[in-house]
Design a protein around this ligand. Structure first.
Ligand code: SF4
Length: 141
């Protein structure tokens, strides 16, 4: 999806709150409830990498406690890498803009459509809200 990404890393694992109908993770059986995996804090993230953090579940979703996010941001900041953070609830990025790892990171969201489909059920904020949050984020730079 992102040719510049060299690695993925997931400290938060499990069933994503957003429950998008097209989620590729749904093809895997046996997904567990959402959790922070402390073993991931033993992984050497190396240096000079561009790491997609949270590729397996949305690590910024409504049900992710802020201290879990702080834990993985702190760990990322120990390494000399660049990071990509992506969420369908980008308003949560705003809370962490003072974290030092932000200086070496990019933030993304997904805007699937500008059309409202009443039959599609998912728990993520609407695309308009996502766009507004990204606009707010950009205005901070
Ligand atoms: S936000 Fe991403 S990980 Fe979560 S359900 Fe949707 S596609 Fe899957």
């Amino acid at each position: 999806m992102y040719p510049f990404v060299t690695h993925t890393w997931n400290a938060i694992k499990g069933i994503c709150f957003h429950d998008c109908p097209y989620c590729y993770m749904k093809k895997f059986d046996g997904l567990l409830p959402i959790r922070f995996d402390p073993k991931e804090l033993e992984v050497n993230l190396g240096n000079g990498n561009f790491i997609f953090v949270g590729s397996g579940t949305d690590a910024w979703a409504f049900d992710i406690p802020s201290d879990w996010i702080t834990r993985f941001l702190d760990y990322c900041n120990l390494f000399n890498n660049n990071y990509l953070f992506q969420s369908k609830d980008p308003s949560r990025f705003l809370e962490f803009m003072g974290h030092p790892v932000i200086q070496k990171s990019v933030f993304c969201t997904t805007i699937e459509t500008n059309i409202f489909y009443p039959g599609i059920v998912m728990n993520a904020p609407g695309t308009r809200e996502r766009a507004q949050a990204m606009q707010e984020l950009a205005s901070l730079e």
